[in-house]
Structure formats: C-alpha cells, structure tokens
Design a protein around this ligand. Sequence first.
Ligand code: GCW
Length: 728
Amino acid sequence: MLPLTSGLGDRRRGGWLGVALALLACTGTAWAEDGYALWMRYVPVDATSAGGYRAHAQEIVAPDRTATQRVAREELERGLAGLLGVMPRLRTTLGDGGAFVLGTPQSSPWVAPFRRDLQALGDQGYLLRSARIGERDVIVVAARDDVGVLYGVFHLLRLMQTGASLDRLEVRESPAIARRVLNHWDNLDGYVERGYAGGSLWDWHTLPDWQDPRYIDYARANASLGINGSVLNNVNANALSLSPDYLRKAATLADVFRPYGIRVYLSARFSAPIEIGGLATADPLDPDVQRWWRKKADEIYALIPDFGGFLVKANSEGQPGPQDYGRSHADGANLLADALAPHGGVVMWRAFVYAHDVPEDRAKQAYNEFVGLDGALRRNVLLQVKNGPIDFQPREPFHPLFGAMPRTPLMMEFQITKEYLGFATHLVYLGPLYEEVLHADTQARGPDSTVATVIDGSLDGHALSGIAGVANIGDDRTWSGSHFDQANWYAFGRLAWNPRQSARDIAADWVAMTFSRDPDVVTPVVDMMMASREAAVDYMTPLGLHHVMARGHHYGPGPWVDGGPRADWTSVYYHRADRDGIGFDRTSHGSDAVSQYAPAVAREFDDVDRVPESLLLWFHHVPWEHRMASGRPLWDELVHRYTHGVRSVETMQATWDRLQGRVDAERHRHVAAFLRIQRNEAQWWRDASVAYFQSLNGRALPAGETPPAHPLAYYESLQFPFAPGDGR
Ligand code: GCW
C-alpha cells in the first residue's frame, strides 16, 4: 500500500476527505451501516483484486479546470481511498507510475490520441480502456465531454466494487435515452405526495442561503447512474414554484447539481399566469398569456442557463389545463414549448389524463385523448406516458400509446416510489416490472418494436428522447425509506441509461455494492429480489386484477371499495366480480380497449386462450369455473396465487434469516423487521381478498387452503387515517 501521505502536496479540494476515508478503510468499516452511503460505500476490496487495481492507482492524471472535471477526479480519489486504501497522486501530467488517465481530447493531451475511438460514442458516452502510453500501463477514462468522464469514473468504480478485472479493459457506453429524469412529487411545504421516505430533501425554507451537503450526495448518487435531470416539484403543482423567490432557490439547487451533469426542471401549473401573474385567464391562445410565459421563461433562463424545461399535468385529477378554455392539449403544450424553445428547453406533457364526464373505460381514455394529436406538438415537446394505461399498478399491460404516435417523442413514466406496491416496507424489486414493460413488443412497426425502441427514439427516428421515474427519495437516512428500495432508484437509473439491460444483472451489481461481494450473499439476495415483484402481484392483484386497494391513501386491500365521487376511483369498477365471474371485459365484445394495440397484440389480448394468464382479468371477464393452465378452476387458482404470494414472502424471510452474520447487523435487523411487516400485510391482502370474493361467489375454499383469519366485516372496518403519502 502507498503511504497515506503520498502526493499530499499535489492535493487540492477533497484531499482531506480522501485521507479520512482511507484511514477508515484501513481500520475496516468503523462507521454505522445505516444505508446513507447507498451503493457508493467503497469498502475495501479483497486482497487479490486490490493487488491488480493498485498497480494503476499510483496516480490520477486528470484535468481540473472545470467543476465537472474536479468532481470526477474527486470521486475516483474517494473510491480508491475506500476500496484500496491508497491515496494516488493527483496530477495533470503523466508521471512514471501506474495511472488512471481521465479526460476528453480537449481537456487532456493523454486522451487526445483516443479521439477517433470516441467518435462513435454519443454525448455523455465514455470509453474505458487499459492501454499503454509510452512505457506506462494505464487505465483510460475518455469521453467527448466532461460529464461522460464523470460517468466513466463511476463505471470504473462499479467494476472495482463488484470485483471485476481491469485487465484488457474495453468498455464503450453511450446512453440510449437523452433525458433521464427523476420526477419529485415534492410539495413546497416539504410533504412528498406518495412519498414513504420522510419529508422532501429540498429545504425550501433555508434555500438559497443554506445548501445542505446532502444535495451533493443526491447529485453524486444520480450521476453514478447517469440520471441527468431532476424535476424538483410535484406535478400537482403550486404556481409559487415559478415565483422569483422560489426560482432563486431552484437556481441554487441547479448550481449544486450542475457539476454532476444534472439539469433542473420544474412542474408548471397551467394557471400560473392567473395565480402569480395577475392575468384574468390562462387561455393558451391569449396573447397576454403567451407573453407571460415567454417572459417567465426568459426570467428562468437568466437564473438557470441550462434549465431543462417544464413538466405539466393538465386537465387531470382537477389540475387546470387548456381544456378549461376549450383548447386542446396540443394548444397547451405548444404554448409552453414556444416560450422555452429560444432557450433550448423542453416540455414534458403528461398523458395521464382521464375525464370526469366520459363513461368510457378508463384504460382507454389517455389514448383517445392524445392519439389524434400526433404531429400537432412542437418539436421540443415530449409526451410523458405512464408505463400502463391505468396507474402504476403491480402489473399492467404496456400503455397502448407506445407505438401509436410515431411523429411524437414519447417518454416513459415509471413510478419508483411504491404507491401501489406496499409503500417502503414491502421488499419489491421493481427491476422486473421495468424490464417487462421496456422489453414488451408493441408490434407497432412489425416485430421487435419494443417499448424500449419507442422511447429511445430509434423506432421512429426521434433525437429527443426521455424516461422519467417518480422518485422514492426523501430525507430518511436510507434516502428511500428502506434499504431495498434503494435498488429501485438504482435499477431505474441503470435502465434509463440502457433499457436493454437485464434486471437480474443490475440487481447483482447493486447487491455487491450495497451489501457484500460474497457470492453466498449475492446469489440468494438476487434470487429473492427477482421473485419479489411476482410475490407482490400474487398477494395483491393476481391474474390481471388491478386497482383494488384501499381508497385515498392506497394502503392495504380494498376490493369492496364502491361509491364515492366517481366510478373509476372504486375497486368494483375494475374487478367487476359477482356471483358468476370476475374481470374487466376489454375485448372486442366488451370495452374494446384491445383495439388500441397493434393488430397482432390486440388479437392475442382479445383471445381468452392466448392472453397471458398474468393479464387474464385485465382483459377478460370469465366465470369462476374458467379452466386455467394449471388445470384448476379460476377460483381455485386465484386463492392459490394469493396464498403463494404469502408463502413467497415467507421464503424471502427464510433467505434473509440465513444471511444473518453475512450482512451487517444494523441493516440486517432493519430488513428483517420490514419483512415481518410485509409478511403480515401479505396475509392481510390475501385474507381480505379471499373473504371478499368468497362473499360474492359463495364458493368453498380449495382443499388445503386456510380460511381468512377474520370475517369480511373486520377487514372492511379497518381505517388508517394517518397512512403516509396520501395526496393532499
Ligand atoms: O397514482 C396517482 C396518484 C396521485 C398522482 C397521480 C398522477 C401526483 O395517486 O397521487 O398525483 O397518480 O400521476 O398524477
């Protein structure tokens, strides 16, 4: 090991932090494993790997003229201090030891010779290569821009964190999707809608004067995944976010994030010209309104020169919008797009729209509203479409708009926060859900028209592309409210960079970095994660059921939910169960939602014998005796699935128990406690659902199945006025 003091004279910002970390690395993990460090723990690697890595770690040769260049080399320094316990010399010219060489052809003469190798890379892409420069064996982290170098450093650190060899290193990466964005549903009072990880990270009250150091760690974590945008405020927006005071606060966050390649965006309230502009209307065709938005955009860009743009929820769930003035969504989106265009900003207009007064199947409404607007939106508008046609349910078919608007860049909206998947307490790894949707084949232009090819712009030739995840981040020490929910932030980021990756591989990286590289930990934990989403589907909404949770806060089961302001906010609307059968008939004989898909997909979904059983009750209303692939009647299969979901959680508990001693005690205890909550809530879901459906069909439980612990009335009587995250 190099002496800890080596190269200190050449050290600038971040050096002392590195020294402290190196000391910690030498003394082992002396700090508490409370989850704060996320997947960037940088704990010492084993001696064999360390030997190989150290050969390169005598020097970091990197430019330090820009803020991004500095954070790239600081991160590498921090990582090496932790992983290897070494303090490489920081240099701007190549010395005589093994080195990591960072830079772009413009920023570093040592990288300039790789210019041609970089040509095929996209913006923010990077090259990692083991190379010889003169007599020196070096690892090159090269990119066309500074942010690419930063991303390359994080990739290099990941390789070391997961124990990969750096010999014959040749990695080329370019992001598939241009805008990789987190949507925070954070209100200005610090409350996070559908947030289960404490309050908002943004302390609007103390901004802009106080910049919580946590903002930097937030930016580091996102940059480590390639996330390059952050919408700071809730789509149920408050117009004050656009007032001068709040813009100055947002500008400060933008300043903090900028070195990490993260642009700030804001959710814009459509009626802001009235609320903070003093106008009498927000009509998009009104010249005063147009002028107001242009001036607002000018004001924003004067403060935030790289402002990303606006996210808008309009004419949805009570939010104001262009339809309030008899105008279309295109009129509304184009109004904002025209104001932002001179500055290079974009509008992310949400397709999550369903009307109050339309008796149409809710699953069809967004498509009906938007499909006719293809080609009518400005070039700087992205339509942000939820992964499925209803609302972030444990399982939905892909949204029929994907593939149906070839002239419009469609961006994906996933939910990372688990509003419908057990909040923060249930261990549900969302990688398989994201993967299932991204890899689904829309068949829109023939086979291999996957959702991924729609949103990365390749199917229809769009340069503008995007993907958003509704953040699960709050001020909880774990960031995400639980240790395992960090994996969902992580998987979102990795899939946003490359939607073709496998959720399993991503989980394996995450476990190795977050808990342990020991294969006896990685393998069982990855298996547990990979099975977890299906477990939740089974104990909550098996076989294509959806939207059967409790009203309002969505905590726990509520298949009996009926009445209230609108039918499509009830459960009975969606499951349509009665004495004879269950399921929503969306076939050509029913609501005909299937016809919104490309013909090959529509035919499959329309046919009760071909539709995947996992979506059976989404598309079909079938009798309780309907014969399933297992040979069981539907009712028996349904009960079997519910029970199987509970058993799967018990299997997760057993797996986790066996890992005691292999995972640090603090996090082990936390996860074990949450798994107990999940086990009990899985049983609650199963029992309440079985009791309810049995009350309708009067059927006996299949042999061997245990009756629900309580009568139906008990489950119906449960109230949770303080359940977290409720909309307000
Ligand atoms: O899933 C629903 C949530 C609302 C949310 C809405 C939306 C921000 O229950 O809380 O509002 O979706 O996506 O707009």
